[in-house]
Design a protein around this ligand. Structure first.
Ligand code: ATP
Ligand code: MG
Length: 146
């Protein structure tokens, strides 16, 4: 069973969608997030950027041909927005707390998780259920979700 965040009550406002692991799927993740947050009356700017980076990573690094990825949004008590992106590559996991260093290839790569870490109060990776993993981030209402 997938671990549920204990701080997420079962009746918390919740949105989930399964999307193809393609650029189009990643784009839809952004657009659907924008629409859902508008529906909830939640400012969406930084949250949409977090979704964009996590969805891009699911499509680029977490892709298994023929397998979808899943986006979930939850509004937690106190207005915290929890974003979850689940992909099919449980065997490849970004390191949640290691600083992202500039690789030999240059400064172009490795910015996505820096952006996530900057906008989120906390973020991390949950393993399973096999063969999946979920990269999640929580954004507090007070911290620049404008
Ligand atoms: N969903 C994922 N599955 C597997 N590995 C991942 C995933 N997300 C990130 N990673 C690993 O963590 C690294 C850092 O991710 P990050 O998004 O910061 O950079 P990037 O995707 O390489 O480049 P950029 O996001 O700047 O285009 C990736 O290069 C990849 O190795
Ligand atoms: Mg990335």
């Amino acid at each position: 069973m997938q671990k549920l965040d204990p701080s997420a009550p079962p009746n918390a406002p919740h949105f989930a969608v399964q999307l193809s692991a393609t650029r189009r799927g990643a784009r839809l993740a952004r657009l659907l997030t924008e629409r859902q947050l508008d529906d909830w009356g939640v400012p969406s700017g930084e949250a949409v950027q977090v979704v964009a980076e996590l969805a891009a990573n699911a499509v680029l690094h977490g892709r298994v041909p023929g397998r979808d990825f899943r986006l979930a949004l939850r509004l937690l008590p106190g207005g915290v927005l929890r974003v979850e992106v689940t992909d099919a590559r449980g065997d490849r996991v970004p390191r949640a707390h290691a600083p992202v260093t500039e690789g030999a290839e240059g400064a172009e790569d490795g910015r996505g998780l820096v952006i996530v870490a900057a906008y989120a109060d906390r973020w991390g990776v949950d393993a399973g259920p096999a063969p999946t993993k979920t990269v999640w981030a929580e954004l507090s209402p007070g911290r620049g979700r404008t």
